[in-house]
Design a binder for this molecule. Structure first.
Ligand SMILES: NC(=O)CC[C@H](N)C(=O)O
Length: 418
C-alpha cells in the first residue's frame, strides 16, 4: 500500500518523525541478538520509524520498508487471537498477567499454579500459542498467520531461514515447553507448540506493517487502514493492559515511568507502542540493550511520548467546555435551561449533571436540557444522563430535551429553536 501524497509543507507529524530519526540514528550502543544465528546477520544500523493514526493516516521515516522477523512483537497479537477465541478465564487458567521482573526467556513459572508469569515472556507466549483452537498444528499456524495479517492489513509471510535457524537452536524454549507440560500450563504436545511458536516469531513484516498492527489495537481492534474489526474492543483493551505491565520484560516499570504507553519489543529490534485512541507507532533497530529492548526504539519512544504528551497517566488537555456559558438563561415557557456541547463521556456527564443539580427547583418544575450541540455520547455518559433524568422525572419534574442524542425516555423531546 503506497501512502497518499501529503500536502507539501504542513506535514508536522512526518517532520517530527524525521527529527526523531536524525536525533537517534547515531546511538550505537547495544548489540544485535546472535543467539538465533540468522538474526546476527541483520544490519545493525538499519533504523526505521512508522506511525499510523486512528484515521489510517500513515507516516514514516528512515528504513521503513525493510522487512524483518517480528519475534516477540507477535506475542500481543497472538494473545489477542486466543482471548478473542476463548475468553479471558480459559486463557487465564494457563497463563498469568503479572510482570515477571525477569528476562524474556526466564523459567518464570508460578510455584503453586505452574503457570508462566505473563504472555509477553517466552514461556507465556508458548502457552498462549498452543491455546489457539485448531484441528492440527498446520491449521493453528495458518490461523495465527492469518490473524497477524489482518492486524497488518496485508498477508504476511514466514522467513524460512530465520525459522530454521531458531528451530535448530531453540532448546531453551523447548525446555520451557516441556516444563510447562509437567506443571499443566501447556495444552497439547510441547514439540508442536514450540514449532508453531518458532514459526510465529519468524513472521516477516516492515515497521509500517507493525505501526498498522499497533494502531489496530489502539483503535479498539478495528484496523484503521482496512476498516476490518480484527478482534473485539474488550480484547484489544486487555491486550494493551498486558503490554503496559509486561511488554518490556524486566524494564517494564522503567518504561511505564518514562514512556507510559503499552508496548512490546522483540529480539530482532522491532518495537511497537500504542497511544490508545491516538495512534500506533513502530520502530525497527536491531541493536539491543542488556534486557533485550532496542536501544534506538526506546530512545525514540521516550522522546515521542514527551513531545506529544502521551504518557497514559498524563491529564489530557481540557476539552471544550461541556456546559455552555449561556446555559443558565431563563427560557420562554419557564423552567431552568442548561445547554451542553461536544462529546459527552464520564467527565463531561459529571460536569453537566453537577451544573444541572444547581438549577433543579425545589418544587417540581420544568427543566430544559439543550443537547443539540452535543456531537457524541458514550455508553457511560448515556447511562449517567438517563439515570439522572429518570430520577428527575420520578420526582415530578418535567424534563424537556432539545435534540435527540439520548433517544426516547421519560422526557419530552423538542427540535432546536422550539
Ligand atoms: N524476545 C524475543 O523476541 C524472543 C523471541 C525469540 N524467538 C525467542 O523465543 O527466543
Amino acid at each position: 500500500m503506497t501512502p497518499p501524497q501529503r500536502p507539501a509543507g504542513i506535514d508536522v507529524v512526518s517532520e517530527a518523525l524525521a527529527d526523531l530519526y536524525r536525533r537517534c540514528r547515531d546511538l550505537d550502543q547495544g548489540e544485535v541478538a546472535d543467539y538465533i544465528p540468522q538474526l546476527a546477520l541483520a544490519d545493525p544500523d538499519c533504523f526505521g520509524l512508522a506511525l499510523v493514526s486512528m484515521d489510517g493516516h500513515r507516516y514514516q521515516a528512515g528504513d521503513s520498508r525493510t522487512g524483518f522477523t517480528l519475534q516477540s512483537v507477535t506475542k500481543p497479537f497472538v494473545l489477542a487471537l486466543a482471548l478473542a477465541e476463548l475468553g479471558t478465564d480459559p486463557v487465564g487458567r494457563r497463563v498469568g498477567c503479572e510482570p515477571s521482573g525477569e528476562a524474556f526467556n526466564a523459567i518464570s513459572l508460578d510455584p503453586v499454579t505452574g503457570r508462566p508469569a505473563n504472555p509477553m515472556i517466552n514461556a507465556g507466549a508458548i502457552a498462549v500459542t498452543a491455546l489457539v483452537p485448531a484441528a492440527d498444528p498446520g491449521e493453528r499456524f495458518a490461523r495465527i498467520l492469518d490473524c497477524l495479517g489482518r492486524f497488518a492489513g496485508r498477508r504476511l509471510e514466514v522467513d524460512e531461514a530465520v525459522y530454521r535457524s531458531e528451530a535448530e537452536t531453540g532448546d531453551r524454549n523447548r525446555a520451557l515447553a516441556y516444563l510447562m507440560r509437567g506443571t499443566g500450563a501447556l495444552a497439547g504436545d510441547p514439540a508442536e507448540a514450540v514449532d508453531t511458536y518458532f514459526r510465529q516469531c519468524s513472521v516477516r513484516a516492515t515497521v509500517e506493517d507493525l505501526a498498522v498492527m499497533a494502531a489496530t489495537l489502539g483503535n479498539g481492534g478495528v484496523n484503521p487502514v482496512t476498516g476490518e474489526a480484527v478482534v473485539p474492543e474488550p480484547v484489544a483493551v486487555q491486550v494493551l493492559a498486558v503490554m503496559a505491565t509486561c511488554g518490556m520484560y524486566d524494564a517494564a516499570g522503567e518504561w511505564m515511568l518514562r514512556v507510559g504507553l503499552p508496548a512490546k519489543s522483540g529480539v530482532s529490534g522491532g518495537l511497537v507502542a500504542v497511544a490508545p485512541a491516538r495512534f500506533g507507532v513502530a520502530v525497527h533497530s536491531p541493536r539491543l540493550d542488556r534486557v533485550g529492548n532496542p536501544v534506538r526504539g526506546v530512545a525514540v519512544l521516550r522522546e515521542l511520548s514527551e513531545r506529544f504528551g502521551l504518557h497514559l497517566m498524563h491529564n489530557p488537555a481540557p476539552g471544550a467546555a461541556t456546559v455552555l456559558p449561556d446555559g443558565a438563561e431563563a427560557v420562554a415557557g419557564g423552567g431552568a435551561l442548561l445547554a451542553a456541547q461536544g462529546a459527552l463521556d464520564f467527565t463531561a456527564a459529571e460536569r453537566l449533571l453537577f451544573a444541572l443539580a444547581d438549577r433543579v427547583p425545589a418544587a417540581p418544575g420544568r427543566l430544559v436540557l439543550d443537547l443539540d450541540r452535543v456531537t457524541a455520547v458514550d455508553a457511560t455518559a448515556r447511562a449517567m444522563l438517563t439515570r439522572a433524568l429518570n430520577l428527575l422525572s420520578e420526582r415530578g419534574h418535567r424534563v424537556v430535551l432539545v435534540g435527540d442524542v439520548l433517544g426516547s425516555g421519560p422526557w419530552e423531546r423538542v427540535g432546536p429553536g422550539t
